[in-house]
Design a protein around this ligand. Sequence first.
Ligand SMILES: [Zn+2]
Length: 97
Amino acid sequence: MRYCPKCNKHTEQKLERVKTSGRRAGSSLKKGRRKSVKLNYGYGGSPYPKLENNRRAGAKTSQKVLIRYSCKTCGKKTQTINARRMKKFEIAQATGQ
Ligand SMILES: [Zn+2]
């Protein structure tokens, strides 16, 4: 049971996982992106020294998980704003309540 803003009451809702790949959490960081483009442009290129070992160290073992709730009564969909990082994600059927 979860609150539905359209029905204005607690309704039975379906859980659904939303993929977060290729998505940036929070803002899109547009200004920082523009700045890096300007710095790298033209003769001279990047002002930062090249990384010698360009391998990403310590790859994360957990994934970001976004959950979308859809109301079974009216079909209104709401999504969690913040993606949470977790190793394992599974939708369990709630019993009772
Ligand atoms: Zn609803």
